[in-house]
Design a protein around this ligand. Structure first.
Ligand SMILES: [Cu+2]
Length: 115
């Protein structure tokens, strides 16, 4: 009788260990999947490249001011302003920012974006 209950207890412990392992494994795989899907999302989004016509730039400082302002936004991979041809070249991730925000950042610095 005693032997039987001990056997039962060991069996129970074994089962608990297995189920704990199972829970740990599934939590781990959930965590991994989440990590994978977020990086995949970022990689799957195609970046957008835009060239804005910007009025009001007169020198290098104007270019730097625009670049600084746009770079403060999330998802900007490139911003190049040129006062000689009045352009701002921007490459951005549409999952993180949009044209509206970029234009607002340029105008906040005192320049006018011609759309
Ligand atoms: Cu200037």
């Amino acid at each position: 009788m005693q032997k039987k209950s001990i056997l039962f207890l060991t069996e129970l412990k074994k089962r608990m260990k297995i189920s704990l392992l199972f829970v740990a494994l599934s939590l781990f795989s959930i965590a991994c999947n989440q990590k994978k899907s977020t990086t995949a999302d970022k990689e799957n989004v195609e970046e957008i490249e835009l060239v804005y016509h910007v009025e009001g730039m007169t020198c290098d400082h104007c270019e730097k001011s625009i670049q600084k302002g746009v770079n403060e936004l999330n998802g900007i991979s490139l911003v190049e302003a040129n006062h000689e041809d009045s352009t701002a070249h921007v490459v951005y991730n549409p999952a993180e920012t949009d044209a509206k925000e970029i234009i607002a950042a340029i105008e906040k610095r005192g320049y006018h974006v011609v759309e």
